[in-house]
Design a protein around this ligand. Structure first.
Ligand code: HEC
Ligand code: HEC
Ligand code: HEC
Ligand code: HEC
Length: 153
């Protein structure tokens, strides 16, 4: 045997280690990755049916308007006209389908905060107030009607 191929056993051993590692990886991958993974993209195709099977949480604006016409009228022409009911009232699909007839009211201490608390990053056209300066300990709804928020002068 020529000089350059002497003492090659250690290389074979390394190859053995790598091949074993690769086999273990492939077996573990085969066991752990679901068979429908990657059919449409980098996710499990079955998630689509899983998600579609989840109960619907939001009824959508039109559903509320069908029964609560008096609230729709209150909101007409106000700047809250296009703020969807469920952005304040929360998901109410079970109520809109007739299952729960007493859905409760939003928490008056927090309901206005996500949209009107003054924040530097918020666009100027979004009306915003510093809650402490503006209202102190009073509730927003002591002065503003949520379905027609401008204070009538
Ligand atoms: C099928 C008709 C119907 C639909 C659709 C419907 N509601 Fe109602 N809602 C009612 C009735 C009836 C009551 C009970 C009124 C009562 O007890 O005075 C009620 C009560 C409420 C109450 C509680 C009122 C209170 O005084 O405690 C809220 C809030 C409410 N609905 C919001 C909504 C929202 C938001 C939607 C849309 C996601 C919606 N509703 C969809 C019929 C409906
Ligand atoms: C800006 C937030 C907001 C939006 C948007 C909103 N609501 Fe309300 N709604 C409230 C709050 C807060 C109360 C509780 C008022 C109170 O108890 O003083 C309330 C009360 C109600 C009530 C109880 C009766 C009453 O007049 O107090 C009904 C019914 C209702 N809302 C339905 C609706 C429907 C239907 C829509 C969409 C067409 C809607 N709301 C949109 C915040 C909102
Ligand atoms: C989901 C977001 C959202 C919530 C929650 C919300 N608002 Fe608004 N509100 C708006 C938007 C958006 C406007 C401005 C719409 C526009 O640019 O015409 C507005 C406008 C207003 C205005 C200005 C009205 C005017 O005619 O100048 C007042 C006052 C107001 N909201 C009070 C409230 C109060 C009080 C609450 C809590 C009961 C509340 N809002 C909850 C989105 C919200
Ligand atoms: C003591 C009464 C009072 C209370 C409580 C109150 N407001 Fe006001 N708010 C007013 C008055 C008065 C105005 C100015 C008149 C108007 O624009 O309707 C106003 C204006 C606003 C505006 C419009 C600001 C603008 O730049 O156009 C917003 C938004 C608002 N309030 C949100 C709230 C929120 C949110 C709360 C609860 C933290 C609250 N208000 C509590 C009296 C009150």
């Amino acid at each position: 045997m020529s000089r350059s191929f002497r003492n090659y056993e250690h290389v074979l051993r390394m190859v053995g280690v790598f091949v074993t590692g690769l086999l273990v990886f492939l077996i573990v991958r085969w066991v752990l990755v679901p068979s429908d993974f990657g059919v449409y993209g980098f996710y499990r195709a079955g998630t689509l049916t899983d998600v579609a099977a989840r109960p619907i949480a939001y009824a959508g604006h039109d559903a509320c308007a069908e029964c609560h016409t008096e609230i729709v009228d209150q909101r007409k022409g106000t700047r809250h006209e296009h703020v969807n009911c469920e952005s304040c009232h929360g998901p109410l699909a079970t109520h809109a389908s007739g299952d729960v007839m007493k859905p409760g009211k939003p928490d008056l201490k927090t309901v206005c905060m996500p949209c009107h608390q003054k924040m530097d990053g918020r666009p100027k056209f979004q009306p915003q107030v510093d809650f402490k300066d503006h209202a102190g300990d009073a509730l927003c709804t002591d002065c503003h009607q949520p379905h027609s928020p401008k204070i009538k002068s």
